[in-house]
Design a protein. Sequence first.
Length: 274
Amino acid sequence: MATRAEQIGFKKAHMDPISVIVLSIVAGVFISFGAIFATTVTAGASGILPYGVTRLLAGLSFSLGLILVIVGGAELFTGNNLIVMAWASRKVSAWELIQNWIYVYAGNFIGALSAVVAIFLGGQFLFANGAVGAVALSTADAKCNLTFLQALLLGILCNNLVCLAVWLTFSARTTTDRILTIIPPITAFVAVGFEHSIANMYFIPIGLLIKLGAPASFWTSIGKTPADFPNITLETFLFNNLIPVTIGNIIGGSVLVGLVYWFVYLRRPKPADD
């Protein structure tokens, strides 16, 4: 598994930039599909189902995103943190590693924002008498209310699980195996409330767009006003969430999974002295 992770990291780091960017945009859309699915499935569940059950449903639904990325073939920033294993083995340079992360992060952002615009203009947030949009707003609000430290730590824990999900797929022999190894870790990170930078590129912007542009009928149907969500702003999106979560994701994936497994399985022990 470690050797396979190293080989895949080398291949990803040497893919041509155009392909990387296109597949990164696709991954941003795929992760957004998981976020949209989770938001829709939990719409109207608050106060009806126990909190844990609602979170479990959200996690199971969100798993769609990583399944599409892994099985469909796309470039996801958080998963690509494992390229650090190829870097540690000196098969990938530091610049190749950083360049890949920059391209993939930017592409993921473009893909996620494209999904945000499509969902908003398509009016999907109005479904279920506005219940879908209400969940989107409450989700964005909660994420924007985190402190820097909270977001950092939740980001570390999140990508620890995401990269473990990717790691487990290296043992898979069939598509079914890959899907089954993805679902438990991804369901867990969503259910317990960890923070994923690429998912948040959808979750928070859709909340911000709804706050700024939803019709009056939407606010009437959910019994709220934009003033009820003062913390959903571009500033809180970037500084309370995206930046610390991204840093945390890098630590959780690159260090706590990638470098730990590299150290255990791939490091070259020093030869014993005669």
